[in-house]
Design a protein around this ligand. Structure first.
Ligand code: ARG
Length: 411
């Protein structure tokens, strides 16, 4: 009787690690491998080639899924409305793409009645956590295999040898010293000389942004107007476009002006500090504009409270908790705040900078007659006096007490 093997759905990128993983899973784990490559807008590689490559290495089935629309609508829209920046800097491009990949891995696993899901992450990064916690949240019974963390191919040379001896295609070009991950929300670059946080990143690591000191940036400022509805961009310079199109257009335009480079040391969940370089022209532009509109449309207490929620949201997503009750609850709060975040923001790009120069909204809470120092002023200055008396009352009481005990003027 023929005993059918267990099935393992592998998150496949077409690179060396996950290609070797196909064979390793077959040989060492005795499973049939279904390869799944997910298109989240990475720099164009031929995904049909990726698909056939997995089959040629021995996958029993190979699937490519273009999930860009879903990524934009369900993941990036939430991130933008949350102004999500981990440690106030990093727009989470890798952290946002992992949960959508997870969602499709689990879907395919169910469709194939697979026992396992495998990923190609190393044992030192955040991504392994995002995959495994994400999978557990969507199906706590699926078992995870992490070949790269488990196998004893210690160096890239050993991996190449393993591949060559089994007829797995090995990269012919010299490997870039960098580890790169990218999608519609930007590009992450790590390793190589970047591992020395004192070293300035070499000019050639960048592909999405021009050097702000160079000529590609142009010598003239450029203005754009972004229109938002309920916290999501819907038009560029008055022309209706999808959020997806606007992301592409902003990556292009801000990138051309050299805006959107980040060089930071960040705290990984597993406890290691790492030096990371990001190119995020579109993401940072959109967050800048979105915040400017919120400044106009959100009531003070909501705005202030939301800042804390944003930080927690970013931390949860960074730490692999996209599918978690707290993250979902925070989404609920953020949704409520975005009902009236509708209006236009004008930005000026110039030599590496992106500045908000104008904002307007039918729901603006900015009241000219309250703000102005001109004749139209309706602000009740008389009320200010009583307000300050009461606001400052505890401080006055405290100061009197200090005087009594001879510590006047000391804090
Ligand atoms: N440090 C970032 C994060 O954890 C980027 C990781 C990028 N991954 C990569 N394989 N280069 O979200």
């Amino acid at each position: 009787m023929l005993v059918s093997k267990d099935i393992c759905v592998l998150a496949y990128s077409g690179g060396l690690d996950t290609s070797v993983a196909i064979r390793w899973l077959q040989e060492d784990k005795g499973v049939d491998v279904v390869a799944l490559a997910v298109d989240v807008g990475q720099e164009r590689q031929d995904l049909e080639l990726v698909r056939t490559k997995a089959l040629s290495i021995g996958a029993v089935e190979s699937i490519v899924k273009d999930v860009r629309e879903e990524y934009v609508e369900d993941f990036l829209a939430k991130a933008l409305r949350a102004n999500a920046l981990y440690e106030n800097k990093y727009p989470l491009l890798s952290a946002l793409s992992r949960p959508i990949i997870v969602k499709h891995l689990v879907e395919e696993a169910h469709r194939h009645q697979a026992r396992y899901i495998a990923h190609g992450c190393t044992g030192k990064g955040n991504d392994q956590v995002r995959f495994e916690v994400g999978i557990a949240a969507l199906d706590p019974d699926i078992e995870v295999l992490a070949p790269v963390r488990e196998w004893d191919l210690r160096t890239r040379e050993e991996e190449m040898e393993y591949a060559a001896s089994r007829g797995i295609p090995v990269p012919t070009t010299k490997k870039s010293p960098y580890s790169i991950d990218d999608n519609l929300w930007g590009r992450a670059i790590e390793c190589g000389v970047l591992e020395d946080p004192w070293e300035e990143p070499p000019a050639d690591i960048y592909t999405l942004t021009s050097d702000a000191r160079g000529d590609e940036c142009g010598s003239e400022p450029e203005y754009v107007e972004l229109s938002f509805e309920q916290g999501v961009p819907v038009a560029l310079d008055g022309e209706e476009m999808t959020f997806h199109e606007i992301i592409n257009a902003m990556n292009e335009l801000a990138g051309k002006h050299g805006f959107g480079r980040i060089d930071m040391v960040e705290n990984r969940l597993i406890g290691v500090k790492s030096r990371e370089v990001y190119e995020v022209p579109g993401a940072l532009t959109l967050i800048t504009a979105h915040k400017a509109l919120e400044d106009l449309c959100l009531e003070r207490e909501v705005l202030h409270y939301k800042l804390g929620v944003e930080q927690k949201w970013a931390e949860l997503v960074y730490n692999g908790m996209w599918f978690s009750p707290l993250k979902e609850a925070l989404d609920g709060f953020i949704d409520t705040t975005q009902q009236l975040v509708t209006g236009d923001v004008r930005l000026r790009f110039f030599k590496g900078s992106c500045v908000t120069v104008g904002r307007r909204s039918p729901y603006s809470l900015y009241d000219y007659s309250l703000a102005t120092y001109d004749a139209e002023d309706t602000f009740d200055r008389g009320a200010a006096k009583g307000f300050i008396d009461l606001w400052g009352l505890p401080t006055r009481v405290w100061a009197r007490q200090r005087r009594k005990v001879g510590k006047e003027g000391e804090v």
